[in-house]
Design a protein around this ligand. Structure first.
Ligand code: FO1
Length: 305
């Protein structure tokens, strides 16, 4: 089982997909980035994982469908709509389908399963909850949704605080807590710990199930030498009072993670992480090529053998 956000985590998910039996994988996705755009329910992290596993992802951007066109978006702009969130034409077909099925009363987990079946994805992709949870950021430019902060404002505003609206009252998706308890292995992907992994951990019961599972729980750091491989993770960690480093990550995850995989460049942090009761594996964690992704997945699979 893997817990993940979008682009960064998807690289490791693909590595596992290539190295293990796809039908054995359960991929739990953050949905606190979800937005309603032009009336459509967009679930970016779910879609990034589904497109990655279906072989459709745009590898340059890390989101959306490769070779997609933007005719609808261009026309939306002509009609006076805001178009900073770039939805491709084929991607829009996914959001239209999801929005229709949700409007017909199906829960997001079932809608996601239906989309996976249509895209030929054999792994189980599970949104963290069927209920709406929303990351809201209080910033120097006012309160923003995640996409307003990340895409529209290019993560430049200073973040003062952040909350996962709706998380206290939501329920884990059907089967999610049992899947954690029954997993052979749990991997926390190198996704943003504040905006991708923390919302999953905030779903009632998830953190407890991770503490209780007899499976080995491993996490892969999304950063080296205090800087994330991509995106604002290091900045957000510092804002929230967590040291922006792999050691800071270990302190945030120490109650449920058995092993943290860190980059060679962070090897000096090993003693500090071990003092928190978290085991350390030093590896090459940068994933530029498919070979990098597969090698890291194999390294993690060896941890359970
Ligand atoms: N990211 C961008 O940087 N710019 C975009 O215009 C954009 C559009 C978009 C549309 C659909 C989708 O599924 C993802 C999209 N993303 C875009 C990625 C998304 O904002 C983030 O990668 C995730 O929310 C973070 O995990």
């Amino acid at each position: 089982m893997l817990l993940t956000g979008g682009t960064g985590g998807a690289k490791l998910v693909l590595g596992f997909h290539e190295e293990a039996a796809p039908e054995d994988l359960v991929v739990v996705c953050n949905t606190a980035d979800d937005s309603v755009v032009h009336g459509l329910h967009v679930s970016p992290d779910v879609d990034t994982i589904v497109y990655t596993l279906a072989g459709l992802i745009d590898p340059a951007k890390g989101w959306g469908i490769q070779g997609d066109t933007f005719t609808v978006l261009d026309q939306l702009r002509r009609l006076g709509n805001e178009t900073w969130f770039r939805l491709g034409d084929r991607d829009i077909a996914t959001h239209l389908t999801r929005t229709r099925l949700l409007a017909e009363g199906q829960p997001l987990s079932r809608v996601t399963a239906a989309l996976c079946a249509e895209f030929g994805v054999r792994s189980t992709v599970l949104p963290m909850s069927d209920q709406r949870v929303e990351t809201r950021l209080s910033t120097s430019e006012g309160e923003l949704s995640f996409q307003e902060y990340f895409v529209k404002a290019r993560w430049q505003p200073e973040v003062l605080s952040l909350r996962y609206l709706g998380s206290e009252d939501c329920r884990a998706s059907p089967g999610l807590l049992d899947a954690i308890r029954e997993a052979a292995m749990v991997v926390v992907c190198p996704s943003n710990p504040v905006t991708s992994i923390a919302p999953i951990l905030a779903v009632p019961g998830v953190r407890e199930a991770l503490r209780e599972t007899s499976a080995r729980v491993a996490a892969v750091s999304p950063m080296v030498q205090g800087r994330s491989f991509s995106g604002p993770a290091h900045r957000l960690m510092a804002t929230l009072g967590v040291e922006a480093s792999s050691a800071g990550l270990a302190s945030a995850y120490h109650d449920f993670v058995d092993v943290l995989v860190i980059d060679q460049g962070d090897r000096k942090l090993r003693p500090a992480i071990e003092r928190l009761g978290v085991g350390v594996r030093v590896a090459s964690i940068r994933m530029d090529t498919l070979d990098d992704k597969k090698r890291l997945a194999r390294e993690l699979l060896r941890l359970v053998d």
